[in-house]
Write a new protein. Structure first.
Length: 70
């Protein structure tokens, strides 16, 4: 299954991360979408998002995590 931002899915979930600067908000979307963790991540300037599409049974679920500047 292609993991595309334009892919139609049965469900779409969005989460917005807010909090103080330097607490690790940017690492959550990276871990979620790419299964990576970086100790040298750069501060978020405006807003960034990551997504992941998964299949559960016969349903397609897309989850987006929005990362805000702290």
């Amino acid at each position: 299954m292609a993991d595309s931002i334009d892919e139609e899915c049965d469900y779409l979930f969005k989460a917005v991360l807010i909090g103080d600067s330097g607490v690790g908000k940017s690492n959550l979307p990276t871990r979620f979408s790419k299964d990576e963790f970086r100790l040298d991540s750069k501060p978020t300037i405006r807003i960034e998002f990551a997504y992941r599409t998964i299949k559960v049974g016969h349903k397609c679920i897309k989850a987006q995590i929005w990362d805000t500047a702290g």
